[in-house]
Design a protein around this ligand. Structure first.
Ligand code: ASP
Length: 433
């Protein structure tokens, strides 16, 4: 019998999760049951993905950089990667700004709804503001200072410090290139092997993906706030989702024009990572799967993917930056503020930087949004307006974050002649025909 492709299995898991979650909300004690007996499996699934994110970044990047063999190749590819990442982010913010100015979702919020939401959710957003404050108290070069860990082992204990781990890995990889080959050989072989082992772990974890997303979504549905809130925020949510959808179209067009690969090929290849991004709201948790899909199913050479993707998961968040632009202007509109053109242009810069600084974990985009609001003089109390619907939008923007990374890796691969044919080499040889 022909086996179902992985993305279909994951999709079925998601749909069943939503249905079971909805049913449970109608049954007495159903919510508790899902929380006690289903949710833990979702948590375990995310944990096991997150568990390998840091070792993967270390192994993949050290392997990726040292494979390049000479520094000029590294700086060429590194430069290209960063430039394309920043460009796609700026395009995303711009699309968000144009849409939010055309649709004007904030104007449909009445004053009563606004007051009500600020009262209801004001307390809950405190945590975000405090987290953001910690970042605010620092000087202009703080981001640079934060890039360099004072202790790699303590940096590697939190997925929020991925940028620091990245720094260490690139530095280590460069040094590995610079020592005589015979001396570095063993170290290089070790990281090559480690990389293989971790990719195998991803394969095994993916066997559980349909069940994992089932548990995640069932728990999310029983814990989600009332539908009424969604209605009040429907225009805002729609603006964000429309912008994100446009980004998907853009990625496909760029890939088609630049690499001649069809949208079908690209979307089929990357869809399991997208579905996982949606279910986990975390590009860091999704990274192992993104790596595997891009390398084996989209034909990007490991030399490119193991360099471009870990960096992308950490700094390239097109979905997050688009959302931050829409959210900032939406809040301003809801508070009856007019934002001058220069302020809006400033939002392009701040949202780009804020998305680079956002950790690849759930809700991080909202923390960094505080900075964008602060820059544009928009009341932070407005966070309460978008709080209720942030999780579903987080799920959607994470899809774009991951898809953007995959797109850029294909472009970089093409530009250095490293885009080949897919070569599925693992278990899904048998399972994913
Ligand atoms: N959840 C997003 C990610 O991990 C970040 C965010 O926008 O909150 O990519």
């Amino acid at each position: 019998m022909k086996k179902l492709a992985l993305h279909w299995k994951i999709l079925i898991g998601m749909v069943l999760g939503i249905i079971v979650g909805l049913l449970a909300t109608y049954i007495d004690g159903g919510k508790g049951m899902i929380q006690d007996w289903v949710k833990p499996f979702g948590k375990i699934f995310i944990n096991v993905l997150k568990m390998i994110a840091i070792p993967l970044i270390l192994a993949a990047l050290i392997k990726g950089v040292s494979d390049l063999k000479d520094i000029s190749k590294l700086s060429r590819m590194g430069g290209r990667t960063i430039v394309i990442y920043v460009m796609t982010t700026i395009i995303a913010v711009t699309i968000g700004l144009v849409l939010v100015n055309i649709i004007k979702p904030g104007e449909s919020i009445t004053e009563t709804t606004r007051t009500e939401m600020v009262e209801n959710y004001g307390g809950k957003t405190k945590k975000y503001k405090e987290e953001a404050k910690n970042q605010d108290n620092k000087g202009p070069l703080q981001a640079l200072e934060d890039l360099v860990p004072s202790n790699i082992f303590s940096a590697a204990t939190s997925n929020r410090n991925m940028l620091q781990v990245l720094f260490f890995a690139v530095f280590f990889g460069i040094s590995l290139i610079l020592i005589p080959e015979e001396k570095g050989e063993t170290v290089k072989k070790f990281f090559d092997g480690l990389n293989e082992v971790i990719l195998k772990m991803v394969d095994l974890i993916m066997l559980a993906a349909p069940y994992g997303v089932f548990a995640l979504l069932a728990a999310l549905v029983v814990e989600s706030p009332s539908v009424d809130l969604f209605k009040a925020l429907a225009w805002y949510a729609l603006t964000v989702v429309l912008g994100l959808a446009l980004m998907i179209v853009l990625y496909n067009v760029v890939i088609y024009v630049y690499t001649k690969k069809s949208p079908r090929f690209f979307m089929n290849g990357i869809s399991p990572a997208q579905l996982l991004a949606f279910s986990t709201s975390s590009s860091a948790a999704t990274l192992p799967v993104t790596m595997e899909r891009v390398t084996e199913h989209l034909g990007v050479d490991e030399e490119v993917s193991s360099f471009v993707l870990p960096i992308g998961a950490t700094i390239n968040m097109d979905g997050t930056s688009l959302y931050q632009a829409v959210a900032a202007v939406f809040i301003a509109q809801a508070f009856g503020m007019e934002l001058a053109l220069d302020v809006q242009l400033g939002i392009i810069a701040t949202a780009t930087l804020a998305s680079i600084g956002s950790a690849a974990v759930p809700g991080a985009g909202m923390v960094m949004l505080v900075g964008v609001l602060g820059y544009a003089g928009i009341p932070e109390a407005g966070l309460a307006l978008i709080f209720a619907i942030d999780r579903p939008l987080d799920m959607c923007r994470t899809i774009i974050n991951v898809t953007g990374d995959a797109t850029v890796s294909m472009m970089v691969a093409k530009s250095v002649g490293k885009l080949g044919e897919p070569h599925v080499k693992n278990w899904d040889d048998n399972y994913n025909k």
